[in-house]
Design a protein around this ligand. Structure first.
Ligand code: 13P
Length: 269
């Protein structure tokens, strides 16, 4: 089964008010000129995960003007939350949940990013709850998993990612739609990309796990790689059969480098 190639930009806690607007304009224009708008199942799609205040602006009239007529009808360029609450709408100060995010244009959400696990103590159980909160309100979750350098050095990579996947997906059944991002913690923001062999090994393992777990329903689930993806390594990584896209952090903050990675995705799709 053909899975779309997904080139995703995680803007993290960036960019500021000035930079974000020009970044969005360039990324939107660059995406629309490369992928024909109006395709409902495009072979390559772009998803941007901005900080929450940007979400409303990107789908405001001003933000949408950058896209011509191609959004939100087309699935070529979509936006998502970096994090969602597992609480319902109501008296939960500071929370933003899937239902509200969906109303403001989000179609995706990251869940379980290692920065949430490390800095904010999110557990695999929290991840499982957030995943169901996402799909219950129409967001496609992108579940992030990956080992630390100590875990890799101890030969525990498969064990760690398998556990994160098992517990994370424990509330799901076959019909749920989601995507996975393998992001080794030691490769995030360090400039130390995993080798093609390391990525291939883990992705192959994850694909087999999914196949065992949910059979042919797993064919439609994209597995992305994230961790220091840059224009100069994107083609090798995206060229692997077992890699269905990239989750890009630092290099997504410059339109030119993000679009070069998108070009690599288009060339290898
Ligand atoms: P970098 O591309 O900056 O390593 O970040 C990867 C990441 O965390 C994407 O979610």
């Amino acid at each position: 089964m053909d899975r779309p190639t997904i080139i995703a930009g995680n803007w993290k806690h960036n960019p500021d008010r000035n930079l974000g607007e020009s970044l969005w304009r360039e990324v939107a224009a660059g995406t629309m000129s490369r992928i024909p708008a109006g395709e409902h199942n495009p072979p390559v799609k772009v998803v941007i995960f901005p900080p929450t205040p940007w979400l409303g602006w990107l789908v405001s009239r001003e933000g949408l003007e950058c896209l011509g007529n191609g959004f939100p009808e087309s699935a070529v360029l979509e936006i998502g939350m970096q994090e969602i609450s597992d609480r319902p709408v109501g008296a939960y100060t500071g929370e933003v949940g899937a239902e509200l995010a969906h109303q403001f244009g989000a179609r995706w959400t990251l869940v379980g990013h290692s920065e949430r696990r490390i800095h904010f103590g999110e557990t695999d159980e929290d991840v499982a709850r957030r995943l169901t909160a996402a799909v219950d309100h129409g967001l496609c979750p992108l579940l992030c998993i990956g080992e630390t350098s100590e875990e890799r050095d101890a030969g525990r990579t498969f064990e760690v990612v398998s556990h994160q996947l098992e517990v994370g997906l424990s509330r799901f059944d076959k019909k749920h739609e989601y995507a996975i991002a393998y992001e080794p913690v030691w490769a995030i923001g360090t400039g130390r990309t995993a080798t093609v062999e390391q990525v291939e090994d883990v992705h192959q393992h994850l694909r087999e796990l999914l196949q065992k777990k949910i059979g042919s329903a797993s064919d439609g689930i994209p597995i992305l790689y994230g961790g220091s993806v840059k224009p100069d390594n994107a083609r090798d990584l995206l060229g692997l059969d077992v890699v269905d896209g990239a989750l890009v952090g630092g290099a997504s903050l410059k339109a030119a480098s993000f679009l070069e990675i998108l070009d690599a995705g288009i060339a290898t799709a």
